[in-house]
Every structure is written in structure tokens, then in C-alpha cells.
Design a protein around this ligand. Structure first.
Ligand code: GLU
Length: 367
């Protein structure tokens, strides 16, 4: 007999949903979320939670103002806030027979393929037990260089890694608004026009603004995951979305055409530099699905090593692909514009003919 396909949902909750205007954690809100998660789990749907609120609640406890503090104070706030937050989640989940499983991650955990896969195994194991995985950025150790960025991006990465069917992002606005300030019910593709809507309500560009949400949603929908952005303060909103009610803005899943390893290259890794290429190379990569050779490169930017992710940029300066570079930025600056047969003459050695092999290259869809 075929095993019934399990359903899994990643739920992201923003700081503003969880805290009041004095940065205090709203216990009732967490009780409500824990209840909804337990109800959804009880209906046979697995839930991976990505919860913000560590820094916010830590600042509240310490009586600090985000605007005037150092990085180490912010990290101390995260450390205090995170354990406070988890205690409250645990208190309410336990009442419903579940236990919280904390997972604190940084960009490095996504960049290392082995660690990346380990996160997946741990999530799966937590979900096999009566545990609710609660993921957050490891803010008490992460600095800008190793940060995932924001929890919207993190939730998109987690949704894909956890093989979710749906990503629900709960925030303090009711969805994506059109020019007349009405919530848009459904979005097909995240085009330039959709991005342009990010000027109005809920579209502040800070951490957790609508732009970062759309970025996360774009990656998730390309991984075949349906997404919903909705107002998190509304009672039962998550459970109602899971039941199929039309709430907030829904983003249709795309057909999953890019394999898991390539999605990992395209979305999970952060680019360390960029390579500008000529029109011939652009055509070869986009239309003929070829590798990137040194002859088509006209400029290299950033300091990266071999094995790092680079953005491949057209002459018009738009990103057309992302991939793992076989050569460092210094090496590329010596071989760009040259034929592959000349690599050895320029460098004194040759490891590869291609700067980015097509197996490690993902073409980014044009908007
Ligand atoms: N990781 C941060 C926190 O828990 C939140 C970052 C974000 O919301 O993007 O406070």
C-alpha cells in the first residue's frame, strides 16, 4: 500500500506579532500560537516554526533601546530573549502534549552541505516525536558576515530544506497591499510590478519589511512551495489558513524545475562576489545551458576563493545566474578574456577549463 504523503508547513512569526509596544513578549499571543500549532499537528499536518522575537524581548527585559546599543549588547539581548521566548513556547506547548525543540542557525549552517543536511535530519527526527521544531537565527553569535540576514529569508530556506508544502509568514500587516491599500488575495509571479507595490503599508525596508518577505516567498515558490503572508494578530489565522480559508495574500507555488542541490546553490548560499560577462557568454549560459568559460568574462568583483558562490552579471548589470566558481577572484582577473587553453600559461597551472561548470550554475529567471 502506498504511504499517505505527509503534509508539512513552515510557519514564520515576526517580532511585531509576538511583542507589545514596550518590547515585552505577549504571552497570550504565544499561548494562542502554541494552541494553533497543536491543533494543526493534531489534524495530521507537521509544523516547523521559525520564530523571531529573541532580540526584541531581550531588549525589553534589559530595558535597552535598539537604536543606541552595541553589537555585543544586541547579542546579549538575543541570548536572554531567546531563552525567555523558548520557556514561554515550551510552557504552552507542554500543556498540549508537545515539547519545543530549539534550533539556532547561522548562514554557515546553510553554506556547508553536510551541516545543511544535518539540519534536515534533526528537523525530521523532532517531527517524528511529539516535538515542535522552533528555529531562529543564532543571533548571540552571528555577525553580519555569517548572518542568514533576516528571519524572512531564514524561513524561506527552512521551508525548502524541510520539504514543506506551504510557508505561512505571519506579520503585523494583513498581507500585500495594492495601490488602493486593499489586500491582494492571490499573486501568480513576483514580477517587478509586484515588487513596486512595496512602497505602501507594511513595506518598510528594515528587517522584516515586505521586500524581504517577497524575496523569501520568491525563492520558496520556485521550490514548489505555496506561500501565504497574513496578519498574525488575528486569532486562529494560522489554523484557518491551513484549513484552506482565503486569508491574507497567497502566492502560488511554481513547478519545481530546479533540483535540490542547485536550489541550495541558488538560494541557500550567499554570493561572495560577481563576474560580469559579455553577450556571447550570456547567450551560451542562458539559451544553450553551457558552462561559463574565461573567454566571456569582462570583469570580476569581490574577494572570493574557489568553491565560493558568485553572481554572474550581464553587461546591462542584471544578475543572470549564480554558481560555484572553480577559480578565485584573483585567478579570474588573470584569465578573464582568455581561451581555456591559455589558463595554464597565465596561472602556471590549470584545474578546470570552466570558471563555473554548468552543473554548478543556476540561471536566474528574468523579471
Ligand atoms: N532573529 C531575530 C530575533 O529573534 C529577528 C530577525 C528578524 O525578524 O528578521 O529577534
Amino acid at each position: 500500500m502506498l504511504e499517505k504523503k505527509r503534509k508539512r508547513i513552515t510557519l514564520k512569526i515576526g517580532t511585531r506579532v509576538l511583542t507589545d509596544d514596550q518590547n515585552r513578549i505577549d504571552r497570550e499571543m504565544i499561548a494562542n500560537i502554541a494552541d494553533q500549532v497543536a491543533d494543526v499537528r493534531g489534524s495530521g499536518v507537521e509544523v516547523v516554526l521559525v520564530s523571531s522575537g529573541a532580540v526584541g524581548s531581550g531588549l525589553g527585559i534589559l530595558g535597552l533601546d535598539k537604536k543606541n546599543i552595541s553589537l555585543s549588547e544586541m547579542q546579549a539581548a538575543a541570548s536572554i530573549g531567546q531563552s525567555h521566548l523558548m520557556n514561554i513556547y515550551n510552557e504552552f506547548l507542554t500543556k498540549r502534549g508537545y515539547v519545543a525543540g530549539q534550533m539556532l542557525l547561522t548562514q554557515e549552517d546553510f553554506s556547508d552541505r553536510r551541516r545543511f543536511l544535518n539540519i534536515k535530519y534533526t528537523l525530521n527526527t523532532l517531527l517524528k516525536h511529539k516535538a515542535v521544531p522552533i528555529v531562529n537565527e543564532n543571533d548571540s553569535v552571528s555577525t553580519n558576515e555569517i548572518k542568514c540576514g533576516d528571519n524572512d529569508r531564514l524561513s524561506g530556506l527552512v521551508a525548502d530544506l524541510a520539504d514543506s508544502d506551504m510557508l505561512v509568514i505571519l506579520t503585523d500587516v494583513d498581507g500585500l497591499y495594492d495601490e488602493e491599500n486593499r489586500v491582494i488575495g492571490c499573486v501568480g509571479d513576483i514580477t517587478g510590478d509586484i515588487r513596486a507595490l512595496c512602497k505602501g503599508k507594511g513595506c518598510f525596508e528594515s528587517t522584516g519589511g515586505m521586500i524581504t518577505k517577497l524575496e523569501a516567498v520568491k525563492n520558496a515558490t520556485h521550490a514548489g512551495i505555496e506561500c501565504v503572508i497574513a496578519g498574525g494578530k488575528n486569532k486562529n489565522v494560522f489554523a484557518d489558513i491551513v484549513k484552506g480559508k482565503s486569508i491574507g495574500t497567497k502566492f502560488n507555488a511554481r513547478q519545481r524545475t530546479v533540483k535540490a542541490r542547485k536550489r541550495w546553490i541558488a538560494f541557500s548560499l550567499k554570493a561572495k562576489g560577481s563576474i560580469v560577462i559579455d553577450e556571447g557568454a550570456e547567450k551560451a549560459i542562458v539559451e544553450k545551458k553551457k558552462s561559463l568559460l574565461p573567454s566571456g568574462i569582462i570583469k570580476v568583483d569581490g574577494t572570493f576563493s574557489d568553491g565560493d558562490v558568485v553572481e554572474v552579471i550581464s553587461k546591462e548589470r542584471s544578475v543572470i545566474a549564480r554558481g560555484l566558481s572553480n577559480y578565485s577572484a584573483v585567478e579570474i582577473s588573470k584569465i578573464m578574456g582568455k581561451k581555456s587553453a591559455e589558463i595554464e600559461k597565465e596561472l602556471g597551472y590549470k584545474d578546470y577549463d570552466e570558471v563555473v561548470h554548468r552543473d554548478n550554475l543556476v540561471v536566474v529567471e528574468k523579471e
